[in-house]
Ligand binder design. Sequence first.
Ligand code: C5P
Length: 409
Amino acid sequence: MAHSDPQILAGRRILLGVSGGIAAYKTVELARLRVSVGCDVRVVMTPGATQFIGPLTLQAVTGWPVSTDTFDPQQEAAMGHIALARWADLIVIAPASANCIAGLHAGQADTLLHTVCLASTTPLALAPAMNSQMWQHPATQANIQALQQRGVQCWGPAEGVQACGDTGPGRLQEPTELYQHIVAYFTRGSLAGCHLLLTAGPTREPLDAVRYIGNRSSGKMGYAIAKAAAAQGARVTLVSGPTALACPPDITRHQVQTAQQMYDQVMAQVSEADIFVACAAVADYRPETCAEHKIKKGTVPRSLTMVPNPDILAAVAGLPEPPYCLGFAAETDQVLTQAETKRKAKKISLLAANRVSATAGFDADENALTLLSDQGRIHLPQQSKQRLAQQLIHHLAEQYHAYLTIQNS
Ligand code: C5P
C-alpha cells in the first residue's frame, strides 16, 4: 500500500472515534495504516460500534486500551475524557453514523465519543457511512452542513453498492483514501482554511414544461477545480447546474437549473466565501415567459422574446466586500483580447481564458487556459482537466495569498 509522506504523520496524536455501522470493520485497517507510520492512535468506540467489532481488535492493532464508557472508573483512570479531548492533534470519526452526526450537531454528550468531541477544541473530521437514503435525508444533510459550517471536515461518503444492497452515496471511504485525507490535513494545502465557492456546469432556461435552452457545458472543468481545491485544504461549496457528474467527496453541492437559481444560491452563500470561482456556462438570456404546459406543434411561436439573466460573477465582484474572484472566458476568436476586456469590465482579479475548439473546452476531457491578472499572463497548455485544475489552483492560491498580503499591508 502506497504511503505518501509517512514522515508527516510520525508522532501525530490521532483520536479515532468509531460509531455503530457495518463499515466499522474497515476502521481496523485504517488504525493499522496509521500505526504503521508512527502515529499514536487512541480509539474511542460508541456502544453501537462494539456491536460490530470488538474493542480488543482495535486494542491489539493500536497497542492501547480502547475507551467505550464514560463512567468506567478504570478507563477514566487510564485517560479520562477531558484528557483525551486535549490529547489529540486530530479527531477522526470513521464510520460516522447518521445518529452520531445528529448527536454531534446537537451537542449531545450521551456517549463517551460525543462527550470527548464536546469537550475538545481539536479539529474534527467525519467519515460518514450509512444507508444512502439516510445520507440523503434532509435531516442528515442539514446536520452535516451545520457541522461543516462549524469547521468540521467531512471525508466522503463514497458512492457504490452498500451492505444493505442499495446503491448510492453512503459507503465509508476506503481506509487508503481516509489515510490520504489525514496526510493532506497534516500537510496543509495551499488553500487550507479557505472557503471556496464555485459555480459549474450549464444552466437551463425553460421554454415550457418540457423544453429548455441550454448549452454544451459538461461541468467537468468546474468539478475538477472543486476537487483540486479540496485537495489543497479548501472548504468547497459547489453550486452546480445540471450535469451527469457525481459530487466529489468532501464538497457541499447545491444543484440548480436556471441562471436565476444559480444567482440566488451563490448570493445566499457568498458572505462566507474567501474565493469565488465562476466556472459555470451561465445563459446570458432566458425566454421572457415559460409556458405552463408543453407547447403543441403548430402553436410554437416563430420568435422568442429574451430577457437578460443576472451576471453572477459581476454581481459578486461588485459586492462591497467581495471575495477574491476568478472568472472564465470561453471564446472562439480573439481569445485574449476579449478576455482582458471581460476581466476589466467585471472588475475581477483573475481570469482564465480558453479557446473553444473540437478537442478542448466545452464538453471535452481536455482544456488549455491562459490566466490573466494585473501581474501578467500565464499559459497552461492543453492537458486533462484534472491536471489543469491542479495547476490552476496552484496559481490561484499564489495570487490569492499575494492579494491578501497587499490587502493587509
Ligand atoms: O460575459 P461572459 O458570459 O462571457 O463571462 C463569463 C464569465 O462570467 C464566466 O466566469 C461565467 O461563469 C460568468 N458568468 C456569470 N453569470 C452570467 C454570465 C457569466 O457568472 N450570467
